[in-house]
Design a protein around this ligand. Structure first.
Ligand SMILES: O=C(O)[C@H](O)[C@@H](O)[C@H](O)[C@H](O)COP(=O)(O)O
Length: 250
């Protein structure tokens, strides 16, 4: 059975980011109370950055059990540590450098010194070690949406989209000079709670395609995110929701 979708539209990107930060804090609190730790998978991209910054600020920062949080990434660019194009670099500068997360709880996707396939396999092994089960289940998965319908680095028409066994795969855009490691549909659909954060008018057509598809439209990667048992939330700003029918702003 697929999860129910809940969509909320915020007047602007700042209010969306504030709501997402509060949502994160609440999920962390619930996970800690329920099973003593909070595993979260983060998206890169510009939209969630503000959410991460807000999490690092008072009063929210004081309400989050940082010692019990474990951070993972949905995708990463195979570039040297500290490269500004790496998602980890962005999340460190917005959030992780400012809060007391134990370094061992930051589960980085490596730089691919021994090749991108090796980096993908290493991350799958890291996930296996952490979850210690065949059914890894993040407490929260934060995802973004590209204008072309990609999420994480599940790019349109890429082989990674068809991976139905392994938890990680390799992705590449022909125009980029580096490869990417991405998590795959099987693991992304196992989250207890999945939250898409999408802002800006440039995403409106893709948001409409995904949330209100028309007959005959092709399926885009983000549509494949249909958690089997978890909850699925879409937080949009008015720009991103601009082409949805009957959409009400919160
Ligand atoms: O590393 C990345 O680029 C991502 O994880 C990617 O999937 C991103 O979330 C979308 O491209 C949306 O990015 P924006 O929020 O910048 O539009």
């Amino acid at each position: 059975m697929n999860a129910m979708k809940t969509m909320t539209i915020y007047p602007d990107a700042e209010l969306l980011s504030q709501a997402a930060a509060v949502f994160f804090a609440e999920r962390a609190r619930l996970a800690l109370a329920d099973h003593g730790r909070f595993s979260v998978l983060l998206a890169g991209g510009s939209t969630p950055r503000r959410t991460y910054e807000l999490l690092a600020q008072k009063p929210l920062a004081e309400q989050i059990p940082w010692h019990a949080c474990h951070f993972f990434w949905g995708d990463e660019r195979c570039l040297p540590d500290g490269d500004e194009r790496r998602n980890e670099t962005m999340v460190r500068s917005a959030l992780l450098d400012h809060v007391p997360v134990p370094p061992a709880h930051i589960h980085s996707i490596t730089r691919c010194e021994q090749g991108v396939e090796h980096a993908a396999a290493l991350y799958a092994a890291e996930l296996q070690r952490f979850f210690d089960t065949q059914q890894p289940r993040f407490d929260l998965i934060v995802l973004g949406l590209g204008e072309d319908g990609h999420t994480a680095s599940l790019l349109p028409a890429s082989a990674a989209l068809h991976e139905d066994v392994r938890w990680t795969a390799v992705a590449r855009r022909p125009e980029e000079g580096f490869s990417r490691v991405t998590l795959t549909i099987p693991i992304l659909n196992q989250g207890a709670c999945t939250l898409f954060l999408v802002s800006g008018q440039s995403k409106a057509e893709m948001v409409r395609t995904i949330l209100q598809p028309r007959t005959g439209e092709i399926t885009v990667p983000a549509q494949l995110i249909r958690p089997r048992e978890g909850e699925l939330f879409w937080f949009l700003d008015q720009g991103a929701a601009g082409l949805l029918k009957d959409a009400q702003t919160a």
